[in-house]
Write a protein that binds this ligand. Structure first.
Ligand code: HDE
Length: 758
């Protein structure tokens, strides 16, 4: 026995114990070079490869990076240790009584390792469990001190570090990104006067008017309790049962059934603070305010069929997209705008600004751009940062204050409370990602996982033994806006809360024809999944109060006649709104650039190598991400089977289906096209690109694949299809120019028919 456990350097093979001789520092290993020549010039794949070399984020890249520096751990050239810092000689074998004997209880190394592992998971967020985040900064355009004393707005060009987290609502932490759902849009500002969290969504209104109903809403939305299905989906009976009995949900339902709920990217969606907030200046004057984030990349959505297919092909689609955009240097940006209005103005509106199921139309109060957010650094560690970040609507700073919106009032409580079980105690604010950059001094003490080492004997105030410190900040500190309050203590709602359909109708009337089509189809899909006929009918009875055509189309798709409109509770004054163009996704096309857009280039042996090189060069110049797809990995050969100058497939057609790309180019080459025409996956690829209304460029012989896929030459309307570009070999550059314009513009939604012809 003694011989077996004693280290014997002269018999290295007796027991397999790597590293038990001298400390062994392994090589970093060879990291595969990017597959194709085009991948060497600043593309996403290159950025990811270089990231794998373990390069640490540049210290000081933004201020919060500095804050995290003190806790960053890089284990390069370091020996493995226990959590007590004791070097571990053998990380392969547990301590045994004889090589074939039982494991010794004294093996503190094994026990520490397994115990830690057993407790690696923490509860996921009860909602918004699935999310992705990044660091960056907010830059204020102009000093806004006349309006608010909030630190981020306190100077021209002032920068405040931020961490933003985007999320779905319903699904668990491991669910797919592209499900139909509202998206969370939460931003933590590490201001020099403390942390301010703007915890919003990508839709400006909400399902319910009062916090009292939130647990009911979430219970109805989450997987049904008896069998735990469905995951990450609202298409089931309990959700629709609940909302069909809550007419105040109708406005939000229209947004949720719109393309907003299947964004192309987190980088391409708006964000909204939803509630009415207050801004307060140094003189104590206050105005109401709504917060809007607008993506500079424009607002873009997926097609539903595409979103479903991406869910299978790459459930991390949005997470990967955000990560890759930042790694490749294309930092996403959003402009922050305010809608500022006085209390007197608010009283004149025909809706109540405290009602979170209503928005303030831009026609009533225009948007004022005040700054921009740039997300330029990925987290070092998903768990430490994205998972442990704790947003809280109660985190406000001097210059920002709450309104009496009853939903917001409930949120102020919930977010701090939920962290106590999620993050294991009251000291979650000390986790590096949550710690403010502003100094923290108070008399709160102890509790689980306390990090701060408070010195001195004083932990109370007032005190004389500590010189009265920490002292009250007086007017320099946070002071609640002294809003006069009167009235009986009641459980009730203000009168204007009773009207539920006017803004839903405004939203509907503001949508493009294609957007309306998508809303109808989304209702049809969701309600088809509902098993209880009475619930389907009740939902349509809500829609009957919004628009006849909408209700009629949904009812027709479900196979019943439009029921009577849902009855009103009491007499209601219904305002009439003109369409508001800002409510359509088409209002924010972006700058027309194709930066970060993923372009599939279908090839196989026999491809025209010169054309392939030209295509990739042009796309890379535009900042796009071209990917060479072929039936198998390995070298792609040119005409006559000649080696094609180092061209390799980046990925196979089988491993990366059509839905993962924004656009398609079928590379020319006679033999290549003939072989692709025989490949069902390639044909399917082309069909899906067409069905999802994405640009397709075919050059020369590539056109055969269009015929094989049965794509119509013109749109169902009879008009030319600008996004289906078919050019001869000598028109390659003209074809590429038109293709780039099509990729940077909106999708060709006129291709859509119901059901699809392709
Ligand atoms: Fe949340 N919400 N919520 N919510 N919410 C949470 O907090 C809650 C609401 C939103 O990336 C939870 O830390 C109540 C509206 C986002 O970490 C929880 C009510 C809006 C995130 C919670 C609402 C949101 C959350 C779960 C009604 C848009 C994710 C875990 C009274 C303006 C933040 C957590 C992140 C997360 C409660 C309604 C947005 C339980 C009680 C309205 C973006 O505290």
């Amino acid at each position: 026995l003694a011989a077996a456990v004693t280290h014997n350097a002269s018999k290295p093979d007796e027991f397999l114990r790597p590293g038990d001789d001298t400390p062994h520092i392994p090589d970093a290993g060879t990291i595969a070079a990017p597959a194709s020549p085009q991948a060497t010039a600043g593309t996403v794949s290159e950025a990811i490869v270089s990231d794998k070399t373990g390069g640490a984020a540049t210290p000081g890249y933004n201020a919060v990076g500095g804050n995290l520096d003190r806790v960053r751990v890089d284990s390069g050239r370091q020996a493995l240790t226990t959590n007590q810092g004791v070097a571990v000689a053998d990380n392969q074998n547990s301590l045994k009584a004889g090589v074939r004997g039982p494991t010794a209880l004294e093996d503190f190394i094994l026990r520490e390792k397994i115990t830690h592992f057993d407790h690696e998971r923490i509860p996921e967020r009860v909602v918004h469990a699935r999310g992705s985040g990044a660091h960056g900064y907010f830059e204020c355009y102009k000093d806004l001190s006349a309006l608010t004393r909030a630190a981020p707005f306190a100077g021209d060009g002032k920068r405040t570090p931020v961490f933003a987290r985007f999320s779905t609502v319903a699904g668990g932490a491991g669910s797919a990104d592209t499900v139909r759902d509202v998206r969370g849009f939460a931003v933590k500002f590490y201001t020099d006067e403390g942390n301010w969290d703007l915890v919003g969504n990508n839709i400006p209104v909400f399902f319910i008017q009062d916090a009292m109903k939130f647990p009911d809403l979430v219970h109805a939305l989450k997987p049904e309790p008896h069998f735990g299905m469905p995951q990450a989906s609202s298409a089931h009976d309990t959700f629709w049962d609940f909302v069909s009995l809550m007419p105040e949900s109708t406005h939000m339902l229209l947004w949720q059934m719109s393309d907003r709920a299947i964004p192309r990217s987190y980088r391409m969606m708006q964000g909204f603070g939803v509630h009415t907030f207050r801004l307060v200046n140094a003189a104590g004057e206050s105005a109401f305010c709504k917060f809007h984030w607008t993506p500079l990349a424009g607002t873009h959505a997926l097609a539903w069929d595409e979103a479903v297919k991406i869910g299978g092909a790459d459930p991390d689609f949005h997470r990967r997209d955000l990560w890759e955009a930042i790694e490749s240097g294309h930092a996403p940006e959003w402009e922050l705008s305010l809608q500022v209005f006085s209390e007197e103005q608010a009283e004149g509106f025909d809706f109540d600004v405290l009602d979170p199921t209503k928005l303030v139309p831009e026609e009533l109060v225009p948007l004022t751009p005040v700054g921009k957010m740039v997300l330029n650094r990925n987290p070092d560690n998903f768990f430490a940062e994205t998972e442990q970040i704790a947003f809280c609507t109660a985190h406000i700073v001097p210059g920002i204050d709450f309104s009496n919106d009853p939903l917001l009032q409930g949120r102020i409580h919930s977010y701090l409370d939920t962290q106590i079980s999620r993050l294991g105690g009251v000291n979650f604010h000390e986790l590096p990602i949550n710690a403010p950059l502003a100094p923290v001094h108070n008399n709160q003490r102890d509790g689980m996982h306390r990090q701060a080492v408070h010195r001195g004997r004083v932990s109370y105030e007032p005190n004389s033994l500590g010189g009265g410190c920490p002292f009250q900040a007086g007017s320099a500190g946070f002071t609640s806006f002294p809003q006069p309050v009167e009235g009986d203590k009641v459980r009730a709602k203000p009168e204007k809360f009773a009207e539920h359909y006017a803004q839903a109708r405004m939203f509907w009337n503001s949508q493009s024809t294609a957007e309306q089509r998508h809303i109808i189809k989304a209702f049809r899909f969701e309600l088809t999944r509902v098993q209880t006929p009475a619930i389907r009918e009740r939902v349509v009875s809500l829609l009957a109060n919004v628009d006849e055509f909408l209700a009629g189309s949904v009812a027709e798709g479900l196979g019943f006649a439009v029921p009577d409109p849902a009855p009103e509770i009491g007499p209601v004054v219904r305002p009439v709104y003109a369409p508001s163009p800002a409510l359509s996704l088409t209002a924010y096309p972006g700058d027309g650039s194709i930066r970060t857009r993923r372009i599939a280039i279908l090839t196989t042996d026999g491809v025209d190598v010169a054309a392939l090189s030209r295509i990739c060069d042009v796309l890379l110049q535009q900042g796009a991400v071209p990917r060479v797809l072929a039936p198998t990995l390995g070298a792609v050969k040119g005409a006559g089977g000649k080696p094609a100058g180092g061209w390799q497939a980046d990925i196979t057609i089988e491993a990366a289906p059509s839905a993962l790309y924004d656009a398609l180019i079928i590379a020319p080459g006679e033999a290549s096209t003939t072989s692709l025409c025989e490949n069902g996956l390639a044909v399917e690829f082309v069909k899906d690109q067409y069905r999802h209304c994405k640009p397709i460029l075919v050059i020369d012989t590539g056109a055969d694949l269009l015929d094989r896929a049965g794509l119509p030459a013109v749109l169902p309307t009879g008009d030319a299809d600008f996004s289906l570009i078919n050019v001869s070999a000598d028109q390659l550059d003209e074809g590429l120019a038109q293709f780039i314009q099509a990729v940077g513009g909106p999708r060709e939604l006129d291709r859509e028919t119901d059901p699809p012809v392709v």
